[in-house]
Write a protein of this length. Structure first.
Length: 142
């Protein structure tokens, strides 16, 4: 059975890789022939989260590259989805549904739609997040 999209794209920090990350990748890959996964570079993450990831960018890229379903894992030096589209020419971008309805993603939907790109919202995996894992480690709540 043919998949709906030829090239899919998703990105994120992917620090402390967990099942929520895996669910995003598996869902994206189920809908596209070729999946590119972008890792936000360490400096990019520090710029918007005001902290560096625990696992460095190359380590995170290598983890993603080793996952079945990831056809290409790249490190991104910026978050601009239009510049990313210019690099990778994806026809679908996958993002967690916790972003649905935000001003930022409403704008991306509109503008990427003009390029023929669909924005696909993937259900957020409840009960697991990197922030929660970090908190448990810090609090010794293992």
């Amino acid at each position: 059975m043919a998949k709906k999209y030829k090239i899919g794209y998703t990105d994120g920090v992917f620090d402390l890789f967990h099942t929520g990350h895996l669910n995003m990748i598996e869902t994206a890959k189920s809908q596209c022939d070729y999946l590119i996964v972008g890792v936000h570079g360490d400096d990019v993450v520090e710029g918007y989260k005001h902290r560096r990831p625990i696992i460095d960018e190359e380590g995170r890229r290598r983890i993603l590259a080793a996952i079945r379903g990831v056809d290409r894992a790249v490190i991104n030096r910026f978050r601009d989805k239009f510049k990313l589209w210019e690099l990778y020419h994806f026809d679908a971008i996958f993002i967690g549904d916790d972003w649905k309805g935000t001003e930022r993603w409403n704008n991306f939907e509109k503008e990427l739609g003009k390029l023929g790109v669909d924005v696909i919202y993937v259900p957020y995996t409840k009960g697991i997040s990197t922030t929660e894992i970090r908190k448990k480690i810090k609090d010794g709540d293992l």
